[in-house]
Design a protein around this ligand. Structure first.
Ligand SMILES: [Zn+2]
Length: 243
């Protein structure tokens, strides 16, 4: 009996260590670079344009603050929303569109689709599409998979559903960076024309809802000011794609 408890304890410790290793890797490495093939993750542009994107919203706490900052900075962005959050906070989703931003599909419930069967994948995306359409009257054209992971078969299926898959070229790591100055300087060191920057307007380190996005909110005015000084212009995903 004692041995069984010892074994269970060891397995538990093993998984904890594994989780910590994955967490540390994700601080320094962006796994999205492994699955970029066949997706739109950056535009080849000579002119200085950049697209800000915000995932996992809408959030009743953070999205309005993000929208306020974008309005003050006169910047349009793209929000990849969860269908379940759109149903919970429809007025915020409508405000996003009313203020000239774009909405993309980020699944219904933030499941990592690489483990999914094709029918389940289709359902996750279709339900989010239906929620966004019901609330805003518009069907999203862009899809961003949670955590970026997708197989080539899944990519094909999503394109057949009428979507363009959009990842990012620059990950702000705002979900694990706790100071806006740090987020800004990380981006300023790496920025290139045509970049798509990933932010979050909802969620914590391990959740898609709640969390503290205060650093993301604070980053917007600082980053926009610095990029404008360097001659950058801010565009939505369709503007970035259209040229
Ligand atoms: Zn997400």
């Amino acid at each position: 009996m004692k041995n069984i408890f010892k074994k269970i304890g060891l397995i538990f410790i093993f998984f904890i260590i594994l989780a910590v290793i994955f967490f540390v890797i994700s601080l320094f490495f962006d796994e999205a670079v492994l699955v970029r093939k066949g997706t739109f993750y950056r535009a080849q542009r000579a002119d200085k344009v950049v697209a800000l994107t915000f995932d996992d919203g809408p959030s009743p706490i953070w999205t309005p603050q993000v929208l306020d900052e974008l309005k003050k900075a006169e910047v349009k962005a793209t929000f990849f929303m969860l269908g379940s959050h759109v149903e919970r906070y429809p007025a915020i989703a409508r405000r996003v569109l009313a203020e000239g931003h774009e909405i993309g599909n980020h699944t219904y419930d933030h499941h990592v689709l690489i483990y999914y069967k094709m029918e389940e994948l289709e359902k996750e995306i279709q339900e989010a599409e239906d929620a966004i359409k019901a609330v805003t009257g518009q069907s999203p054209r862009y899809f961003r998979p949670p955590k970026a992971w997708l197989s080539s078969r899944e990519k094909k299926k999503i394109e057949e559903m009428g979507y363009k898959i959009v990842l990012w070229s620059l990950n702000s790591k705002d979900w694990v960076t706790f100071h806006d100055k740090q987020i800004t300087s990380y981006i300023l060191k790496r920025i290139q024309p045509g970049d798509i920057i990933l932010f979050h307007d909802s969620g914590g380190v391990f959740t898609a809802e709640g969390g503290n996005r205060a650093q993301t909110v604070k980053t917007i005015p600082r980053l926009v000011r610095k990029l404008k000084e360097r001659g950058y212009r801010f565009v939505t995903i369709s503007e970035l794609m259209d040229k």
